[in-house]
Design a protein around this ligand. Structure first.
Ligand SMILES: C[S@@+](CC[C@H](N)C(=O)[O-])C[C@H]1O[C@@H](n2cnc3c(N)ncnc32)[C@H](O)[C@@H]1O
Ligand code: SF4
Length: 450
């Protein structure tokens, strides 16, 4: 744990040196390295290989729709009010779920996650139809976790009641920042009162765990304004708080060009914002989890961190419940039998593929033995901040271990043991980059590491 008293001072020179574009390592190899010749047949082979496994599986369902585009958003989103498009999408989702369920056989599902976009963009009857289909065709474990992401501004209590009846017990709320000045800069309006009412209602109907998403690095954020946001967020006592580094990628997300670059905190301020989160949330009783997540000590994420059992997926840090994930919906990313597969990102291509009875795969990759080794190491670094290498690994990664010598402030290397220092925890992406074999050609595509 990095507590307020253990956060070291950082020189300006170091921050400048480490402020480079780099992946967030929610996957390895990272998405730009995946291949377009990984198609529906390849994904079918991966599913067939996984059919007889008895390890548990997660299901992710992407609901891409939003009423309006928040100008900072980096997610795969479709802004629409056209119900015909939504209905076509839901029909395609059901077709995809059936195709996948036939191929998975009786594998037990231990986690369902509805992400977005905004899952509560769907009406009560649309949600009910989708959930009935999923429940009827997949084999959910009796204690399966069911989670969803919501934007409180477009969520009705009747939707939460319905979801609770379907066994949903985890809620992740987008907050980003409570400061009206920051909200105005990013096109988002959300009061503390409506957030408080939503959290209270959710707990009342049976959501046992609530998470807040905050973002640091947004335009007009200052240490003082973010301190107030953190204080307010902590006073509402969500079980978890994720503070994501703002990913400013206007080349990939052209709507981000609406943001005023001159109003964005620079690298020094961004580090100060992250340290403020660690300090304030530590004082408020939260444990620091990984790089940028926080949890109350009673939360299972904190317990998993103690037991070195944290996992990392496209939603951030998780309790490592199921090593494989099958994703349904536009742009969804699956990881099965040592292969990543990503679905089509165009609504039309996604629906048309399923209407023709084909899984809508856009790209993917079979991991090589080298990829698996590096994926494993990078995950351990990002989650546990240390590596205990075998003698064979010390030989295999000898060039990388030598390279770590240049990051002396961030890592300590002792024979076969690599430990990320308290300072290095703020820059663990830079440490992980040493083990990324593909880094150079793709680097410019990523957000900055600081
Ligand atoms: C997929 S979004 C769904 C949240 C929900 N639609 C909402 O708006 O509250 C999940 C989270 O991703 C984070 N996020 C979105 N765009 C981001 C960006 N450009 N950089 C960092 N985090 C981002 C936000 O914290 C957001 O709550
Ligand atoms: S932040 Fe949420 S509501 Fe806003 S555009 Fe992104 S997914 Fe939609």
């Amino acid at each position: 744990m990095v507590g307020a008293s253990t956060i070291p001072e950082i020189s300006l020179d170091l921050i400048r040196r480490l402020d480079v574009p780099g992946p967030r390592y929610t996957s390895y190899p990272t998405v730009p390295m995946w291949r377009e010749d990984f198609d529906a047949d390849a994904y079918e082979r991966a599913l067939a290989l996984g059919r007889t496994k008895d390890e548990p599986l997660s299901i992710y369902v992407h609901v891409p729709f939003c009423r309006e585009m928040c100008s900072y958003c980096g997610c795969n989103v479709i802004v629409t009010r056209d119900q015909a498009r939504v209905e076509r999408y839901l029909e395609a989702l059901e077709k995809e779920a059936k195709l996948i369920a036939e191929r998975l056989g009786r594998r037990s599902i231990t986690r369902l996650h509805l992400g977005g976009g905004t899952p509560t963009f769907l009406s009560e009857s649309q949600l009910e139809r989708l959930l009935r289909t999923l429940e009827s065709i997949f084999h959910f474990d009796r204690n399966a976790e069911r989670a969803l992401e919501i934007n409180p501004a477009v969520t009705r209590t009747s939707q939460l009641s319905l979801l609770a009846q379907f066994g949903f017990n985890r809620l992740s709320m987008g907050v980003q920042d409570f400061d009206p000045n920051v909200q105005a800069a990013v096109g988002r309006k959300q009061t503390v009162d409506e957030t408080r009412e939503m959290i209270e209602f959710a707990r009342g109907v049976g959501f046992s765990s609530v998470n807040f998403d905050l973002i640091y690095g947004l335009p007009r954020q200052t240490v003082e304004s973010f301190r107030r946001t953190l204080e307010t967020a902590a006073s509402l006592r969500p079980d978890r708080i994720a503070t994501f580094a703002f990913a400013f990628v206007p080349k990939l997300k052209p709507h981000q060009r609406r943001l005023a670059v001159a109003e964005m905190p620079g690298p020094v301020e961004r580090i100060a914002l992250l340290r403020t989160a660690q300090e304030m949330l530590g004082i408020a009783g939260y444990r620091t989890i990984g790089m940028d997540h926080f949890a109350l000590p009673s939360d299972e994420l904190a317990k998993a961190a103690d037991a070195l059992e944290l996992g990392r997926d496209f939603q951030g840090y998780t309790v490592n419940r199921a090593p494989e994930t099958v994703a349904l919906g536009l742009s969804g990313i699956s990881f099965v039998s040592g292969a990543y597969a990503q679905n089509e990102k165009s609504l039309n291509r996604y629906c048309a593929s399923l209407e023709a009875g084909t899984l809508p795969v856009e790209r993917g990759i079979w991991l090589t033995d080298d990829d698996r080794r590096r994926r494993d190491l990078i995950t351990q670094l990002m989650c546990n901040f240390e590596l205990a290498l075998t003698c064979k690994e010390v030989d295999y990664f000898a060039p990388e271990i030598r390279e770590l010598g240049a990051l002396r402030d961030l890592v300590e290397v002792r024979s076969n043991h690599v430990r990320v220092t308290p300072l290095g925890r703020l820059f663990v992406r830079n440490v992980a980059m040493v083990f990324d074999r593909y880094l150079d050609p793709q680097a410019a595509l990523f957000s900055r590491t600081v």
